[in-house]
Write a new protein. Structure first.
Length: 277
């Protein structure tokens, strides 16, 4: 069953333009019109100085690292759950724990939302191993905010250009055959979302670059789930594809070694064969 919900959510995690908000609210400066026009920490340092750049860099690192490292939860044979926007990691944890205890998905979802103090500030998504989908998009999440459900997949996001971003993500995932590597289908979905408009600042309509991307795949019986992340990068999706290409042969090696290491080379020798130079 697809963990696509995680990928779609991670894609939108870096949307809030910290430097833009800080520059306008505190300094009265629109960084899009100063220096390089970039909203990252470097241009903030150049235009506003280190006191403004430091919180921007720290927050941007958090936007990249936290959503893809901690907030999504995935368990093979159970499902995948997460929260985003004003994230509360306890929601996803509680959802999976309730499912593991034998609760039905509808009850687990209702309880997790009821136990949260600020559900209207969050998007909460659950995709179970048998294909059941439950999504909550709070009224205080930034537009465009919503979700699209496809065949064995779901795309969820906020701060998006429009609903077409999610539609194209699902379409790209479904267009590739089931025989295609699952990871390839997920990466294609992210790339389609970016091409369809990706993230935009709601008031100005300005495009926002991604800050993070992740790929998480877990299958029952596999000893090594895939967990690849790219953080604090304005080219996170292309970098994620590159990271996957580099990791994929190692993943196959790890799986084979866990099952039977007798006829396999040592990891050091295997890596040397992959990179003979």
């Amino acid at each position: 069953m697809s963990p696509f919900v995680l990928l779609a959510l991670a894609y939108g995690a870096g949307a809030p333009p910290t430097s833009l908000w800080l520059g306008e609210a505190v300094y009265g400066v629109d960084l899009r019109t100063r220096g390089s026009g970039n909203l990252g920490g470097t241009n903030t340092l150049r235009v506003l100085g280190w006191k403004a750049a430091l919180p921007v860099i720290l927050v941007d690192i958090g936007k990249g690292w936290l959503p893809v490292w901690y907030f999504p939860q995935i368990q093979a044979g159970t499902g995948v759950a997460t929260s985003q926007a004003s994230t509360n990691p306890a929601v996803g944890e509680q959802l999976l724990e309730l499912l593991k205890s034998g609760r039905n998905p509808a009850y687990a979802f209702e309880q997790a939302i009821a136990n949260d103090s600020y559900p209207e500030f969050r998007q909460i998504a659950l995709l179970t191993a048998d294909g059941q989908v439950l999504v909550h998009s709070g009224t205080h999440t930034k537009p465009f905010s919503g979700h699209i459900t496809g065949e064995n997949c779901i795309a969820v996001g906020n701060f998006l250009a429009d609903v077409g971003v999610l539609e194209q993500m699902v379409q790209a995932f479904e267009d590739l055959p089931d025989s295609a590597p699952f990871t390839t289908r997920l990466i294609a979905a992210l790339e389609a979302g970016k091409s369809a408009g990706g993230q935009r600042e709601p008031e100005s309509g300005e495009s926002l670059t991604e800050r993070s991307a992740c790929l998480m795949v877990a299958a029952p019986g596999e000893s090594f789930p895939i967990d690849i992340r790219v953080d604090f990068s304005e080219d996170a999706i292309p970098a994620l594809r590159q990271a996957l290409a580099a990791y994929d042969p190692m993943h196959q090696y790890y799986l084979a070694r866990a099952e039977n290491p007798e006829n396999l080379p040592l990891q050091y020798d295997f890596v040397k064969r992959l990179n003979p130079t």
